[in-house]
Every structure is written in structure tokens, then in C-alpha cells.
Design a protein around this ligand. Structure first.
Ligand SMILES: Cc1cc2nc3c(=O)[nH]c(=O)nc-3n(C[C@H](O)[C@H](O)[C@H](O)COP(=O)(O)OP(=O)(O)OC[C@H]3O[C@@H](n4cnc5c(N)ncnc54)[C@H](O)[C@@H]3O)c2cc1C
Length: 490
């Protein structure tokens, strides 16, 4: 069942295209693709295989966009994924490319009884919390006592989830129109849960902190429902790519590297009667080049596209221009630190996580490289939305120092003794995305969503933001397939 059926090709058709390609071009075209992120790479590889002449214009010096694995300045092959890092098995398009390129997968734990919770001044393991949620001292209503944040969240969404499952195809559009005006926070405060009344303020706070929703609770309820109805369900297994998530975009390069123009930042898109012209500034020399083709696919996040001139004015519709101006983006910031001794193994935290109400929020202790290599890396902090604010204003050195200070609260002064080096990445400060990923706020599903992916003359649009699978590689791939399919029909 697709939650965005109106704008999506059938899942099996997309999987077939990944493995067998598009039908051969009836009339080969010259096609420019703006952006070498996952959506651009997918569209380019399908169109090139179908016989079209493709060029990719990329502002950065690398491909992959928001799939970005950072290896410097770490030693011993250590790395962290600054952007995408996990793949749920229900993301059938991402999994299809993983299979096609034979990329190695490892299971990724999402939650474990031995995860550490540090909340309201209490430090306990998840299993202790599950046995007695009162340990974290939230003031919940009497009928909510003894229930965990996950259970309460499920009970809050249950009425909508039940309605959805009665008839997914018919009911999803009703859900979108009925709940589009609500944020997660509005919904939890106002709408009856499975108890028949809304949750208490204490229960809502507990959910927001423990499920890491606190920084993004003002975003559309529909985004959270999408998660609850797809990957956030029992039985879904998560994977990571062994060796770094950038193996996925890199797998496209043997077919495409000769047609990617790196370090070319597109600043203007001009539609003519018979072709499209792009102006691009060489980021190293400031020299301006122009590229022309029959069609163009723009994969830039709208947060970036806002800075690009789209000419002539009338060749792009007003609803599309409004969508480009208004589509909301989520911020995301990560801080990673290398330690010469993996003290977290002694604390039973290897391959587990800590959830806290410290500014760190989520801390991950991955086991990417064997313990025998000595030093190890932890993702000291992963924040989204409002939680990034207190990190984004700091420079890299201050972020690392601040992360160490908060880690010392969790793990003691040893963090200073074992510290080697650290680094951070703020997606809001990244000029090539100006945000982590699109995330609707109330009313944007009805007002903007129908205009995100529509073609404007000779210009087509792809990118995770043009689907309903925001913030996932799956959405980027889906959009790349759709855009390639549309252009191939011309
Ligand atoms: C913090 C974070 C965590 C995430 N976690 C996951 C996860 O665990 N699993 C998952 O599946 N997904 C995850 N995602 C989402 C996933 O990374 C994105 O949805 C996907 O990579 C987006 O691909 P795209 O092609 O739409 O956009 P992008 O990857 O942003 O591609 C756009 C490209 O355009 C280029 N560009 C920008 N401006 C210009 C210009 N003016 N001219 C030319 N080129 C330009 C950029 O450099 C970039 O290469 C995460 C993202 C972030 C940021």
C-alpha cells in the first residue's frame, strides 16, 4: 500500500525498473540533471541506460548529497554517517539498489533493553524503565501509570491507525484531509487517545523526550503517522551498510562519473521554447558556464532552490513558486568523537544507545570496526529540529568540547582521559541542502504537496521532498525513478 499513491508509480514497476531499466528511449534526448544526490544519480543512471544523453551538474566536489560518510579526521578506518545511516527493510527501493549493487548489510539495533536512559536526573537502563516507568518521575494521569512512552504513543495514535487499517487506500486521503491542520503536539494535547480522552501533559512530555520527538513536535502529525504506518512498526528490521552509507551513491559512479560536472553551482534555470539553459558558477574559480539540453531534472532541496533564479517568471507556476518558498525543512546536527579506549564496552553499551534530556539527546555507540583496532568512535550527539539550535550556533571546537562535558555526566571524567578528537556536521549550515530534510508543518500536505513534483514546461522535479517519504533515501530513489520515467515518455 502506498501512502502517496496519487503521485507514485506502482512499487513493483519501480523495482522492475531498478533491475531491468526503463524501456529504451523512442527518441533520445539531451537531459541535464541538477544535483548528484541519490535522486539525481538514480534518474541519471536510468535515463543513460535507456539511451539518453545525460549530464549532471553538481555544486559539491563529491556525489551523494545528504548521504555523506565522514572519515576525516578519524584513525583506524573509523567513520560516522553525517546524513543517512539506516535502512528499514520495508524501504523496498533502497533495498533493491543494495541488492543490485551487492552492498554488504549489517543489522542495526533500534532499541535494546540495555540502552541507557538519562532523564529528569535519573540514570537507568531501558529494561528498568519498562518494568517501572514511574522511575523517570513523569507526572502522568492515574490511568496512564505503569505504561511506557512507546505504549502511550501507540495508544494516542491508535484511533487513526485502526481507521487506516480498515481500508488503507480509501482511508489515507481522509486521514490527510482530517488531520492536515494538526501538529503532533496539537494532536496529542487535543485529540482523544484510545483511553477516550487526550493524554496528560506528563505523558506527552515523557513521549516527546523518550521517543526523541521534543525538537520536532510542531511539525505535521501526518509526518509522524507516515512513520507509524510504515517503518515504525513491530517486525521491521533496520540495517546499515558495512563500511559506510556512501557505498550506495558510490556504486552509481562507474556508470556516471564521466558525466558529472563537480564544483558547478547552478544559479539560473532558463526555459526557452525548444530547450532549457542552466547557468552555473564554478565554485573554485567563480567562472560562469552555461549548459543546454532538451529537458532538465532539478533535484535540489527547495531550501536551496529558493536561491536559484527561475526564468522567465511565467514559465514556472505560482503554486510551484509558493511551494519552493514555503516548504519547511528540519534541521539536523551530529557530533562524533574518537576515544582511544572504548569505555562504553565496559558499560555494556556497545552497539546500543543513550537517550537523554541533556543537549546530546541521542548518543550511539557503534561497533563499525573491530575492537582489536584500539580506538573507537561514538556519535556523541544526534539532534533534530529545535534541539539543534544550541549546537548550530557553536563552532566545531565548541561543539566537541560541549559534547564531552555532557558525556562526562553520562560516563564520568574518563571521557577527558580517553578523548582523541572530534568533529561535527550541521545540515542547516550545509550550503548544499540548507537543512536536513523536508518535513511538513500543518496545512502543507493540502496546500503544497500537490505541487511539489509537478513538471513545469521542460523542467522536472525530483528529490526526497517531492514524495511523501521525507527524510529517507527511499523517497529520493522513488522521485528519481518517477522523474526519469516522465522524461523517458517525451
Ligand atoms: C541527518 C540526516 C539523517 C538521515 N537519516 C537517514 C537514514 O537513516 N536513512 C535514510 O534512508 N535517509 C536518511 N536521511 C535522508 C536522506 O539522506 C535523504 O533523503 C536523501 O539523501 C536525499 O537525496 P536527494 O537526492 O533528494 O537530495 P540531496 O542528497 O540533497 O541531493 C541534492 C544534490 O544537489 C547538490 N546541489 C545543491 N545545490 C546545488 C546547486 N545550486 N547546483 C548544483 N548542485 C547543487 C547537492 O550538493 C546534492 O548533491 C537523512 C538525512 C539527514 C540529513
Amino acid at each position: 500500500m502506498s501512502l502517496a499513491a496519487a503521485y507514485q508509480l506502482p512499487p513493483q514497476q519501480m523495482i522492475d525498473m531498478i533491475h531491468n531499466g526503463l524501456p529504451a528511449a523512442k527518441q533520445p534526448h539531451r537531459i541535464l540533471i541538477v544535483g548528484a544526490g541519490m535522486s539525481g544519480l538514480v534518474a541519471a543512471s536510468l535515463l543513460r541506460s535507456a539511451g539518453h544523453e545525460v549530464e549532471i551538474i553538481e555544486a559539491n566536489s563529491r556525489a551523494g548529497g545528504r548521504v555523506f560518510t565522514i572519515r576525516t579526521p578519524f584513525s583506524n578506518g573509523l567513520f560516522y554517517n553525517a546524513g543517512a545511516y539506516r535502512i528499514p527493510d520495508v524501504h523496498y527501493l533502497t533495498m533493491a539498489y543494495v541488492k543490485k549493487y551487492n552492498l554488504p548489510l549489517d543489522k542495526l539495533r533500534q532499541s535494546d533493553p540495555l540502552d541507557l536512559l538519562y532523564v529528569n536526573g535519573q540514570k537507568i537502563r531501558r529494561i528498568e524503565y519498562e518494568r517501572n516507568p514511574a522511575l523517570l518521575r513523569y507526572q502522568v494521569a492515574p490511568h496512564e501509570e505503569g505504561l511506557t512512552a512507546s505504549t502511550l504513543y501507540q495508544l494516542a495514535l491508535q484511533p487513526i491507525v485502526d481507521y487506516f487499517h480498515q481500508d488503507p487506500t480509501q482511508h489515507w486521503p481522509h486521514i490527510v484531509s482530517s488531520y492536515d491542520s494538526l501538529s503532533l503536539d496539537n494532536y496529542l494535547r487535543q485529540c482523544p487517545s484510545a483511553f477516550g480522552v487526550p493524554l496528560s501533559a506528563g505523558a506527552i512530555e515523557m513521549i516527546n523526550v523518550l521517543l526523541d520527538n521534543e525538537g520536532m513536535k510542531e511539525y505535521s502529525l501526518l509526518e509522524f503517522l507516515m512513520s507509524a504506518l510504515t517503518y515504525n512498526q513491530p517486525g521491521v528490521t533496520f540495517y546499515e551498510l558495512v563500511g559506510g552509507m556512501d557505498l550506495l551513491p558510490d556504486a552509481f559512479l562507474p556508470q556516471l562519473s564521466d558525466v558529472i560536472h563537480y564544483n558547478n553551482k547552478v544559479t539560473k534555470v532558463i526555459q526557452h521554447a525548444d530547450q532549457v539553459t542552466l547557468s552555473a558558477r564554478q565554485t573554485r574559480t567563480n567562472q560562469v558556464s552555461t549548459f543546454s539540453a532538451d529537458y532538465c531534472i532539478i533535484t535540489l532541496p527547495f531550501s536551496v532552490l529558493r536561491q536559484v533564479e527561475l526564468l522567465p517568471f511565467t514559465s514556472f507556476s505560482l503554486p510551484k513558486r509558493q511551494a519552493i518558498r514555503e516548504l519547511r525543512y528540519m534541521s539536523g546536527t551530529k557530533v562524533a568523537i574518537e576515544f582511544k579506549h572504548r569505555f562504553w564496552i565496559e558499560q555494556d553499551l556497545n552497539d546500543r544507545l543513550t537517550v537523554s534530556d541533556l543537549p546530546l539527546r541521542m548518543t550511539y555507540y557503534p561497533d563499525h570496526v573491530p575492537v582489536s583496532t584500539g580506538s573507537g568512535i561514538i556519535l556523541a550527539s544526534y539532534t533534530l529540529g529545535n534541539d539543534t539550535t544550541s549546537w548550530d550556533g557553536l563552532n566545531n571546537e565548541e561543539r566537541v568540547r560541549s559534547a564531552l562535558q555532557h558525556l562526562a555526566v553520562l560516563h564520568g571524567e574518563q571521557v577527558y582521559t580517553h578523548f582523541v578528537k572530534g568533529t561535527s556536521f550541521s545540515w542547516n549550515h550545509n550550503p548544499y541542502s540548507c537543512g536536513a530534510f523536508s518535513y511538513l508543518i500543518p496545512n502543507q500536505a493540502g496546500e503544497l504537496y500537490p505541487h511539489l513534483c509537478t513538471q513545469e514546461g521542460k523542467v522536472f522535479f525530483a528529490g526526497e521532498h517531492t514524495t511523501f517519504t521525507h527524510g529517507w533515501v527511499q523517497g529520493a530513489i522513488e522521485s528519481g525513478i518517477r522523474a526519469a520515467y516522465e522524461v523517458n515518455l517525451k
